[in-house]
Ligand binder design. Structure first.
Ligand SMILES: Cc1cc2nc3c(=O)[nH]c(=O)nc-3n(C[C@H](O)[C@H](O)[C@H](O)COP(=O)(O)O)c2cc1C
Length: 387
């Protein structure tokens, strides 16, 4: 067994084990992938201020996200097709998150259904909602999340229409994979993945197939999205969904201070500064670069979270020190899941936790509430002077 010390180690194993189609699906951004790349490289622009001779005993990374206790300010982001990265992937990731003490967010486009995950876990998880044209289906989805006792609804706002990811089109991404000569040749080199899939509870979209009427081809993500996602979504509809849900609502995909103010007006409990991991608007700024202006606009009035580009505990530390109350990891947990199943997700969380904890100590801080911008060295003009 190789010694795993960082998220990149998990990614290397993941790449060997998982079919190319699903590796490419996760490891890509839209169009030129500029935003995808800058999400990580912009974190590296910020430096940490080293402090010495500060008592670093009795440290804790524990805090709260939307009032819920978390072992560290990290949640698992909603990731579609997680159950294609590893058999029963959503169940495994949710269990790892529960044991570690961080929230798991189930995607609308998951393989395991809301009910599957509820049955396999003991604590409430969060449900991510894509808004659909089919309002009956939408309200049933919300009712199912309520029945499963999900403790927050994460409404994704940045995917009314799908950003193009070239590799998915070239690979003919589908769940389950369509058997073409190229996919068969690739699957023959991924026998442990294939064996797992033979015993998987599900191999297509568990929240949709058998629940949505008139869905012509749920096996194809692109077709389903183009056909069903609601292009007319606006703030009025978001307010109505919040009312239907009646519990905590987190609005995901905010990258602009004006939108953050609108989110505040519709009564969001938290917002996620996010560009969908660089998978939607290519050319948009990185989340970490967008964070300061959004915090300045609404940081005192609503909980501000961040995702996109987190691959190290130091990235979490930087976001939280800047003012985010929580962060989310997408690819970092997917790498672990594809590499080693539930144990791999646990490994990813352990790696990030250790990196964050030790770096926090080396900055001379012991708790999350001790963190502030004075531990950061932010380049002048980090946010950019855009016309
Ligand atoms: C493979 C993949 C699938 C995703 N599917 C969804 C989804 O179904 N719903 C959603 O709101 N966000 C989805 N996202 C975006 C993530 O929730 C999150 O915003 C992003 O992964 C954060 O960037 P990171 O991967 O660099 O951590 C997906 C991301 C990836 C990588």
């Amino acid at each position: 067994m190789p010694v795993i010390t960082n998220i990149e180690d998990l990614k290397r194993i993941y790449r060997r084990r998982v079919p190319k189609m699903f590796y490419d699906y996760a490891e890509s951004g839209s169009w030129t992938e500029q935003t995808f790349r800058e999400n990580t490289s912009d974190f590296d622009e910020i430096r940490l201020r080293q402090r010495v001779a500060v008592d670093m005993s009795g440290r804790s990374t524990a805090t709260k996200m939307i009032g819920q206790d978390v072992t560290m300010p990290v949640a698992l982001a909603p990731v579609g097709l997680t159950g294609m990265q590893c058999a029963d992937g959503e169940i495994k990731a949710a269990r790892a998150a529960e044991k570690f003490g961080v929230p798991f967010t189930l995607s609308t486009m998951s393989i395991n259904s809301i009910e599957d995950v509820a049955e396999a876990t003991t604590k409430p998880f969060w449900f991510q909602l894509y808004t659909m044209k089919d309002t009956d289906f939408l309200s049933r989805l919300i009712e199912r999340a309520k029945a499963a006792k999900c403790s927050a609804l994460v409404i994704t706002l940045d995917l009314q229409i799908l950003g193009q990811r070239h590799k998915d089109l070239k690979n003919g991404l589908s769940a389950p994979p369509k058997l073409t000569p190229a996919t068969i040749a690739n699957l023959m080199t991924k026998w442990s993945w294939g064996l797992g899939m033979l015993g998987a509870k599900r191999r297509n979209f568990g929240n949709i197939v058998g629940h949505a009427t008139g869905v012509s081809d749920a096996a194809n993500l692109g077709a389903w999205t183009a056909e069903q996602f609601d292009p007319t979504l606006d703030w009025g509809k978001i307010a109505k969904i919040k009312e239907m849900w009646g519990g905590p609502v987190i609005l995901k995909g905010i990258l602009d201070a004006e939108d953050a103010k609108m989110a505040l007006q519709v009564g969001a409990d938290a917002i996620i500064v996010s560009n969908h991991g660089g998978r939607q608007l290519d050319g948009a700024i990185s989340s970490i670069r967008a964070l300061p202006s959004i915090l300045d606009a609404v940081g005192d009035e609503v909980e501000v979270h961040l995702d996109s580009g987190i691959r190290k505990g130091q990235d979490i530390l930087k976001a939280v020190a800047m003012g985010a109350k929580g962060t989310y990891i997408g690819r970092s947990f997917v790498y672990g899941l594809g590499a080693m199943g539930e144990a791999g997700v646990t490994k990813a969380l352990e790696v990030l936790h250790k990196e964050m904890d030790i770096s926090m100590a080396l900055c001379g801080r012991r708790t999350i509430s001790d963190l502030d911008r004075t531990i950061l060295m932010i380049p002048e003009n980090f946010e950019g002077r855009w016309q």
